[in-house]
Every structure is written in structure tokens, then in C-alpha cells.
Design a protein around this ligand. Structure first.
Ligand code: ZN
Length: 85
């Protein structure tokens, strides 16, 4: 019955909805790509720029720290709206 928080912190984002902004801001690097929405993609309403997308796709074993960080962020995106099952 309990939600056990083991290690990780759950942050509540009280910011304005991203949709209301004219240009998307990347969830990872907080940058606005020059081509805006066209140089990235939305994942569950969160924008990921092309640069960060490539970083995710091109993550190599030797960059394990970066890879794990990216995966952790992705998990946060993927599961933050999901009702617990
Ligand atoms: Zn980015």
C-alpha cells in the first residue's frame, strides 16, 4: 500500500505547461533548438531536441554515467504520468 521512495526524489514540476510556449524547450538540456519543434520530438508531451536524442541513441558503454543519467531522465518522463499499477 505504501509508495516506497528508495533513494530517488520525486520532483513536482509546478511550471507552466510546455504547450503554451511558442518554442519547445528541451527537457534534457533546456535549450530551444533553432528549428524549434522540427528538430526534435515530443515524448509524452515533453520535448527532446535532436542533440539530446542523438545522445540517447548514441550512448555507448564507455559513457556509462551519461547513459545511466539519460535513462534515469527518460524513466522520469515515461512514468511520471503513469498511474501506478
Ligand atoms: Zn536537448
Amino acid at each position: 500500500m505504501g509508495f516506497q521512495n528508495s533513494g530517488g526524489e520525486v520532483k513536482n514540476n509546478n511550471g507552466e505547461p510546455e504547450e503554451r510556449k511558442l518554442l519547445p524547450v528541451c527537457f534534457f538540456c533546456h535549450e530551444v533548438p533553432e528549428e524549434g519543434i522540427r528538430s526534435g520530438f515530443f515524448l509524452r508531451g515533453i520535448f527532446i531536441c535532436e542533440k539530446c536524442e542523438k545522445e540517447l541513441v548514441c550512448s555507448k558503454p564507455e559513457k556509462k554515467d551519461e547513459y545511466m543519467l539519460s535513462i534515469a531522465k527518460l524513466r522520469h518522463i515515461l512514468f511520471k504520468d503513469e498511474p501506478p499499477r
